[in-house]
Structure formats: structure tokens, C-alpha cells
Design a protein around this ligand. Structure first.
Ligand code: NIG
Ligand code: FE
Length: 402
């Protein structure tokens, strides 16, 4: 057995559901990790001995971010499209086709290299759990290959062949839906490549009926549904998410009160993607309505080459607080415990006894600095299962500040 003790933590965010406050914050705390799992939490003064001791030197410790929505298997660059959008052009689902062409030309080695680069970047910003979708190949072989690549890096893989109808099926989109149902879903399930099925249910992508058929086929093969719902319009995707019992409905930019009530009743998590509203100049939803309706809310990055290419959860949290009316505490909860709920994970998203020891030591005395200091690297050290995976050395510890 190996043990690691983290001492002198000014604020330890535990997300303990039994605590009085949302984040279960403990002051002057210490945390013992045994074999990658949180084994004890208490005061620094009472801390037990351990093989290795790391002093947080009066800084804050938070759970690793759980980023439950990412499109990271792709090639090509769409920075021109972004610049054109900032100059006034509207975002549309059609841009996905640009990435599909580049992705089909890339080798598996190139795709995996790009993925690893993006994952290391995100870890640098404090993310320790990732969901990864396919969806830029749109042929049976390329979608399965994308999932194979993703599967080497995470258990949270999503078949999203229903991202957009590829050009070769433009005249007969239902035939592409048949291909997904008859070949991609059964093979992804049989090879154990996907945990989730996702559909971009939107004007220019897939309609309600097509979405329903794909979700039902996924469910029949043991793939649980999560949907891209109500990103650009309200065409009934959110109501469908509630009807099929989607684990998460993502984007959720335009949601009626009626749908919020249904979603709260069914327990579907609404995953908000602040970087997408930022990068597409869409209106920001006011999350106070969602919380008032009793909905569980997650925050994810939705890192993708088109609608938003940030993989920084602190950036997403800053927008969520500033423009979507999350409190700082709600934003941190949604990016950690909320993300875990969106992936039905009970081992990550919190730091309580039994949790996987995924955590970041901040370069700040309080978790509030994550939002208080937007754009500034506040993640000093990142651990996954008790192992240091990223470190951003800072010239002074908090206690040594000149
Ligand atoms: O989550 N909405 C659909 N898919 C991505 C965008 C993909 C793209 O534009 O390449 C999203 O926003
Ligand atoms: Fe997405």
C-alpha cells in the first residue's frame, strides 16, 4: 500500500453531500490518500503518518474537474470560421462538414496525437475525467476507429455518428440513420467501444423522429442516451430528452419552463456549455431558472474545433458566474460533482472517504480565485488517483508571499 498525505490545506472543497454548505468546505484541513483513494480527511494537527507528505502551504484544494462533454477526435483547423463569426457571421451545424473532411484524411496516429495534446492541456487546467465523443468521421469504420482511440484514454466514450448527415447521404438522410442503427450501434456495443449514444437534435442535423430512433436503438444495445438539445432552437429535443430518460441533455440554451419542470421530474442532468455561447455569440441562458426548477446542473467545456475550442473549465466557470448567474459555489459544484452526475459516476467529482483521489492544489488561498482571477493560471498541481499528473510551478507559496 502507498500513502500520500496532503497537509496545511487552507480550504478543502469536498462536495460532501452531508455538509451544511454546497461545497462541504473544510478549513485548515489535511487529506490522506491510500492506493489512489481518499482514506481520511481531518485537521492538519491530527493527520496520520504517510509514506509521502505534500504541504499545500495554505492553498486551496478542489476535486478534479469532470468534463462530461468533449469532441476531441478530429483533424484540421477552423480558426478562420471563428474569426468570421466574430466579424458577424452566424454559427450553423453545417460547419461540422469541414472537420469531417479533414478528419477522414488524417491517420489514426495523427488523430491520437491531437487528442493526447488536448488531454494534457486540459489536465493542466485541472480536468481529471473526460468524456470523448466520436462524430467527425461519419463512416462505419472511422466512427469505430475514433471510439477505439478515445477508449484508450477514457471509459467515458460516446458514439455520436449522428452529429450531422454526411454529404454522401444528403439526398437520403434516413439511410444514414439506418446505417447508424444497423451497423454502427451494434458494432460499437459488441466491441465494448461506447458507454453512451448522443445525437445532435437540431435544425440542419437530426430531427426528433430520427433522434428517437437512434436513441432507442442505442438503448436496445445498452448505450445510454445523452443529447445535444436546444442549442440553437427549441424544436422539442428537450422534451424528447425527458421522454427517453436521457442521462444528460447538453447545451440547454433555450429551455421552456414546461420542459424544465419535466426534466426536474425525470432527473436528467442539464449540462451547460458556457464556452459555446461565448464562441458563437449566442445568448447566455439564466441558470437561476434551472436551479429554481430543481434541475441538477453540470458545466462542461464541449471542447470542439467548431462551436468552441476551449478546454479550460476555469474559463467556463468564469463565464457561467459572470453571464449565466451561477454563484461561484454552484459553478464549482457543477464542474465537479455535476459533471460526475452527468456521467453517472460516484467515484469522481468529490473528495470524501472512498472517492478516487483526483484533486488540484490551487495557486490561491480560496477556490473563489478560480473565478475571481479569470484568465490567470490558478491550478498549481493536479493529481489523478493520488498520482501527480501536471504541475505549474509558482514562484512563491501563499505563505511566502513577499
Ligand atoms: O457541441 N452541436 C454540435 N456539435 C458541436 C459542434 C461541432 C462543430 O461545430 O464542429 C457542439 O457545439
Ligand atoms: Fe457538443
Amino acid at each position: 500500500m502507498t500513502s500520500l498525505l496532503v497537509t496545511d490545506i487552507a480550504e478543502l472543497v469536498t462536495n460532501d453531500p452531508h455538509a451544511q454548505d454546497l461545497l462541504g468546505v473544510r478549513q485548515n484541513a489535511a487529506m490522506l490518500v491510500e492506493d489512489g483513494t481518499v482514506a481520511w480527511i481531518g485537521d492538519t494537527a491530527q493527520a496520520p503518518a504517510a509514506d509521502e507528505v505534500v504541504s499545500a502551504t495554505g492553498r486551496a484544494v478542489i476535486p478534479g474537474f469532470v468534463d462530461s462533454h468533449n469532441h476531441l477526435i478530429f483533424a484540421g483547423d477552423r480558426s478562420e470560421e471563428f474569426a468570421a463569426r466574430m466579424a458577424g457571421q452566424a454559427y450553423s451545424a453545417g460547419g461540422i462538414a469541414t472537420t469531417v473532411s479533414a478528419t477522414r484524411e488524417a491517420s489514426a496516429h495523427q488523430l491520437e496525437g491531437n487528442l493526447v495534446r488536448l488531454l494534457r492541456q486540459a489536465e493542466h487546467s485541472g480536468t481529471t475525467t473526460f468524456e470523448i465523443k466520436s462524430g467527425y468521421g461519419l463512416t462505419v469504420e472511422s466512427e469505430l476507429e475514433a471510439l477505439r482511440i478515445a477508449r484508450r484514454h477514457t471509459a467515458e466514450t460516446t458514439l455520436m455518428a449522428a452529429h450531422v448527415v454526411p454529404a454522401e447521404y444528403k439526398e437520403a438522410p434516413d439511410n444514414y440513420v439506418d446505417l447508424i442503427i444497423e451497423q454502427m450501434i451494434p458494432r460499437a456495443a459488441q466491441e465494448g467501444l461506447a458507454k453512451w449514444i448522443d445525437v445532435f437534435c437540431e435544425e440542419g442535423a437530426f430531427d426528433i423522429e430520427q433522434t428517437r430512433r437512434i436513441v432507442e436503438a442505442g438503448l436496445a444495445h445498452g448505450l445510454k442516451p445523452r443529447l445535444h438539445a436546444n442549442q440553437l432552437s427549441d424544436m422539442g429535443a428537450m422534451a424528447l430528452a425527458a421522454e427517453v430518460g436521457a442521462v444528460s441533455a447538453d447545451h440547454a440554451t433555450f429551455v421552456s419552463d414546461e420542459d424544465l419542470a419535466r426534466i426536474a421530474e425525470v432527473g436528467t442532468v442539464l449540462t451547460l456549455l458556457p464556452s459555446i455561447e461565448f464562441s458563437t455569440r449566442q445568448p447566455y441562458p439564466d441558470v437561476r431558472r434551472y436551479h429554481e426548477a430543481g434541475v441538477t446542473v453540470a458545466i462542461a467545456s464541449d471542447c470542439n474545433p467548431g462551436s468552441g475550442f476551449s478546454n479550460s473549465i476555469p474559463f467556463c466557470m468564469a463565464i457561467a458566474v459572470r453571464d449565466m448567474h451561477f454563484t461561484v459555489e454552484q459553478a464549482l459544484w457543477s464542474a465537479t460533482a455535476g459533471g460526475a452526475r452527468a456521467l453517472q459516476r460516484t467515484d469522481v467529482g468529490a473528495l470524501t472517504v472512498g472517492s478516487r483521489a483526483d484533486f488540484s492544489i490551487l495557486d490561491a488561498p480560496s477556490y473563489r480565485h478560480l473565478v475571481y482571477r479569470p484568465g490567470v493560471q490558478q491550478i498549481a498541481e493536479v493529481y489523478r488517483a493520488g498520482t501527480l499528473i501536471s504541475s505549474n510551478p509558482s514562484p512563491f507559496t501563499c505563505k511566502e508571499l513577499p
